[in-house]
Design a protein around this ligand. Sequence first.
Ligand code: PLP
Length: 295
Amino acid sequence: MNPPQKMKSKDVVYVNGNFVPRAEARISVEDRGFVFGDGVYEVLRVVSGKLFAARFHNDRLKRSLDGVRISLSGADTPEGFVEVGKQLLRENGLLDGQATLYIQITRGAATRAHNFPPADVLPTIYISVARFAPYAEFAQSGAPAISHPDLRWGRCDLKTLNLLPNVLASQTAKERGAFEAMLIRDGVVTEGTKTNFFGVVDGSLRTHPTNSHILPGITRSVLRDLAREVNIELDETPIRAAEIPRLTELFLTGTTTDVMPIVSLDDKPVGKGKPGELTRKLQRVLAESLASGSD
Ligand code: PLP
């Protein structure tokens, strides 16, 4: 007799009010997310069924929606999307281990025209969850990065679907065997294609301040608070490209990246070419915070 088959988890997503199998989910070819990249999104980390820093993600989503002037209709709210996410985690059997929750809102589907569609066109809402495995090896050994011109627009503080410069820089990094591209605008390190950058120059930990040139990363802000708790000072003064040779430590932060040590930049070692002490300490405090969960 064959052993009993383990029930395969369902693959259910949420589109515009309905929970549907992923293979049956449908979005119009006229959706402005598809045609113009006209929308915003969030990615949340889930540990043992708990959403990490959900409140911060909700606030950022509201800010992104306001920033691109997308109004949610009726009862839709970022808090409601998180509840949908929780249901998806249950339905997809993702209440144990690690997962990610993806929330995307576009300006809806309408005949193609650059200006906004009529007011009765409702935003398209797409929410999904996926199994997630952290980058354990690179977190241990440290990862390589490259530098790359920052070719993005002037509102990088909004988490929009317009990711083409990020996509191209990320692909260049991959082709050069690197984990991430460090973006440089006007001689200043801004951030990565999907991460924020922190570095130690002359003994002080620095990162780019929050302004329109970077995404205000949730991990960046959680880590800033955690650093304060363990008496590590953070100076929000950008690192200039000219200071790169003086970096003794470098790391990234992101929802799916945690604290990731960067041990080489453009094929040259950073500091001693291995994860530094501050990086290790902050890696530990973030890991503890993730494990303890903050719903
Ligand atoms: N910077 C950019 C450009 C990003 O796309 C992301 C995340 O996707 C981050 C930084 C890190 O932000 P968070 O910590 O909220 O994931």
